[in-house]
Write a new protein. Structure first.
Length: 197
């Protein structure tokens, strides 16, 4: 009887472990399903997007100049209005990308020598998205724009398709920035060959 109980507990633990692994995989994929009720609550949608912002990091080959030192942080920046709130800070808590601790910076303007690895371009910035993207064209910065914010043109562009948070990728813009995107990331994108915009 005790053996059967032990096996039962082990089976439940394995089952729980598989559920946790499946949930983690869902966050990593580009096709997270959001029910209609969730789409009506932007905070939940942006919690998913907040997780993506730093999780793009391991799928990008950064030039050596992007990290001044071995312990320098991996910086996720939000330009303009911040739609994430505390969900971005919660998402990056204790995280690292290739041994670099992840930190968040919120900025209202940027310069050509921007000290960020990922830049989410929000609304109400003192600079237009076109200005920002032009300024960073040859910088090793993964620019992220968002259809929901009415901002487009980044290397990564968040979209909602059939109740799912997805992203599109512009490989040409990544190449101009000196970033090499992994085939895995391109494969997860809604349109891996580019957006044609």
């Amino acid at each position: 009887m005790a053996v059967l109980e032990t096996r039962g507990r082990r089976a439940r633990r394995l089952s729980c472990s598989r559920v946790v692994q499946a949930l983690a995989a869902a966050v990593l994929t580009a096709a997270t399903v959001l029910p209609a009720a969730v789409l009506a609550q932007p905070t939940l949608e942006y919690a998913v997007k907040a997780n993506y912002l730093y999780k793009f990091g391991p799928f990008v080959e950064w030039p050596q100049r992007a990290f001044p030192g071995s312990g320098s942080p991996f910086k996720v920046c939000v330009l303009g209005d911040d739609p994430f709130g505390p969900s971005l800070d919660d998402a990056i808590q204790g995280q690292a990308v290739a041994g670099h601790p992840v930190v968040v910076r919120r900025v209202q303007t940027i310069a050509a020598n921007l000290d960020c690895h990922v830049l989410y371009i929000g609304q109400a910035s003192a600079q237009t998205p076109a200005e920002v993207l032009r300024m960073l064209r040859d910088q090793p910065v993964l620019t992220v724009t968002d259809e929901r914010q009415g901002v487009a043109g980044g290397i990564v562009h968040f979209v909602l398709r059939d109740g799912r948070v997805r992203f599109e990728i512009d490989p040409g813009a990544a190449q101009l920035s000196g970033l090499v995107l992994s085939s895995k990331l391109l494969g997860l994108a809604a349109t891996p060959a580019g957006r044609g915009r």
